[in-house]
Design a protein around this ligand. Structure first.
Ligand SMILES: Cc1ncc(COP(=O)(O)O)c(C=O)c1O
Length: 361
């Protein structure tokens, strides 16, 4: 399988010598005049934090803290959000204008977007009607691709991919493609993570983020967890300073024992609100279905004569329309916010329901 990883990497990437930033070169000395930084901070906020200096070339302390949290020995790289992880992986393992990736629509749009931006073709193996994977078709298409992107739990459908299905894909792709599993929402079902499989399957890569359950979307922090072999190529392309110091400091706090306890508590509370909300939705006959969710959002299937997105917008509530997805043309995705916000959503739906009943009498 190690041969597979090397086989997928374009020759141009293999030949790359990582950019030798001042921090990467390192060294020892008293007076540092090697990176064209200002030697003294100008702003009071940066006096203690040394913001005048470039950060670590790879934020090792952040990566180790995340490894501890994720309970893994796998190589871990901190990047600017899961979006940067997707882009980096495609650029590392696909040759522009030539290679292909596999996605399973409807899914997170950035896999295809990043591929498009590099003239890399996307092969779509749509999810089945119950939103499960078509495992055999994925394995067949993977023979023509360099990366298979799986999203678990999936955005926008909200379901987790069963571990056995991921195992089958991993078994069937050992000679063909890298399997990237995007676990952006895994904190809402943490026991189902497949990070532990990296040791057994060096062609498995897991993407994580602090933008969801950790509540740090503005900090821009994501992670790539992978075998040493995969990481040796990814780190060739990583930008010289992938994480600002101010973000790294916030991330270290979030990954501390206290930070993790806060996240777990907030996650439990959000799940409670989510299930309360789904229960309340049962009273509205214009909502045909609320799909079970392993995330911080729910996908709703709406009756054809109701424009739920517009109804919510009339009440100042912005949801996400899914009409652009052929298989979700009647669907709206709603993020689970505070209990107060979800009560407002229910009130808006109740008012619509009442006016609709009056109008049709
Ligand atoms: C499945 C999935 N992956 C990745 C991302 C991007 O996360 P980040 O904010 O870490 O770039 C999102 C954001 O919505 C997502 O839904």
């Amino acid at each position: 399988m190690i041969e597979l990883v090397a086989k997928l990497v374009p020759e141009a990437v293999k030949k790359l010598i990582p950019y030798q930033s001042a921090r990467r070169i390192g060294g020892s000395g008293r007076i540092w005049l090697n990176a064209n930084e200002l030697e003294q901070p100008l702003h009071s906020s940066s006096v203690d934090a040394n913001y005048n200096r470039y950060p670590d070339f790879l934020p090792h302390d952040v990566a180790s803290a995340y490894q501890r949290y994720a309970n893994t020995q796998a190589s871990t790289l901190a990047v600017r959000g899961a979006d940067e992880a997707i882009d980096l992986l495609i650029r590392t393992f696909c040759k522009p204008g030539q290679d292909q990736i596999v996605i399973c629509s409807p899914t997170y749009a950035m896999y295809e977007f990043c591929a498009d931006s590099l003239a890399i073709n996307t092969l779509d193996v749509p999810l089945q009607a119950d939103f499960n994977l078509d495992v055999d078709a994925i394995i067949t298409q993977a023979k023509h691709a360099n990366i298979v992107f799986l999203c678990s739990p999936n955005n926008p459908t909200g379901n987790l991919i069963p571990r056995n299905d991921i195992l089958s894909v991993l078994e069937g792709t050992q000679d063909s493609a890298l399997v990237v599993v995007d676990e952006a929402y895994i904190e809402f079902e943490l026991q189902s993570s497949i990070v532990d499989l990296i040791e057994q399957y060096p062609h498995l890569v897991v993407i994580r983020t602090l933008s969801k359950a950790f509540g740090l979307a503005a900090v821009r922090c994501g992670f790539i967890l992978a075998s040493d072999e995969v990481m040796s190529y990814v780190t060739k392309l990583v930008p010289p300073y992938p994480m600002p110091d101010c973000s790294a400091n916030i991330v270290l706090e979030a990954l501390s024992e206290k930070g993790l306890e806060t996240m777990h508590q907030a996650t439990r509370s959000l799940i409670e609100t989510r299930e309360w909300f789904r229960e309340m939705l049962k009273t509205f006959d214009f909502i045909e279905h609320s799909y079970a969710s392993a995330t911080n959002f729910v996908l709703l299937k709406i009756a054809p004569d109701t424009d739920l997105f517009a109804v919510l917008l009339d009440n100042g509530i912005v949801a996400r329309n899914q009409t652009h997805e052929p298989s979700l043309s009647q669907c709206v995705r709603i993020t689970i916010g505070s209990k107060e916000s979800m009560i407002e959503v229910i009130e808006a739906l109740t008012n619509y329901s009442k006016s609709n009943t009056v109008n049709t009498k």
